[in-house]
Design a protein. Structure first.
Length: 172
């Protein structure tokens, strides 16, 4: 199995988003205001770090050749659709968090760099960001689970000898 930079960047982004979701849940339940602020800053940093990581993953993925395993004719279309959906959602998640911070009147900082707000306090765009950001992390993890299931199906299908695969598909 070959190592792929695009795949490594993609899974790094997924881990950052999952860590950010866990940090948000822990931060909201923290008892002291100091620990809550500290955990939510880590949530913010993990979320913002996922933005350049997913952009790099997309750029590398566009340049990498695609190696398709032998599989049913419909499976590559599902895999591609899930991949595109995940990349779009992974791009939207940190941007919606940035919108949400502007909506709440907070200054977003990324490891000491102050970032300007993307929307005003009362903007409709910030309201959409609020709704998506709350649901986005769970949605991403659900689609990642579905994607893993589809990729596992493709892998298992590639292990079936081609002669058996043809006979099997003719009977169906």
């Amino acid at each position: 199995m070959r190592w792929h930079l695009g795949r490594a960047l993609f899974w790094t982004t997924v881990v950052l988003v999952a860590a950010s979701l866990i940090l948000a849940l822990v931060g909201e339940e923290a008892s002291s205001p100091d620990s809550r602020a500290r955990v939510l800053h880590w949530h913010e940093w993990c979320g913002l770090l996922s933005l350049p990581t997913v952009v790099a993953a997309i750029l590398v993925r566009c340049r990498e050749p695609h190696h398709l395993l032998p599989m049913p004719h419909w499976l590559p279309h599902i895999r591609r659709g899930l991949e595109i959906t995940l990349y779009v959602l992974l791009l939207l998640q940190p941007l919606s968090g940035w919108l949400l911070a502007g909506h709440e009147g907070k200054l977003t900082s990324f490891f000491g760099w102050a970032l300007p707000p993307l929307a005003s306090h009362s903007g409709r765009l910030a309201d959409y960001g609020l709704v998506y950001h709350g649901l986005g992390g769970a949605l991403i993890l659900g689609i990642v689970a579905l994607s893993l299931r589809v990729n596992l199906t493709a892998f298992v299908w590639s292990l079936i000898p081609s002669g058996r695969r043809r006979r099997r598909s003719r009977r169906d």
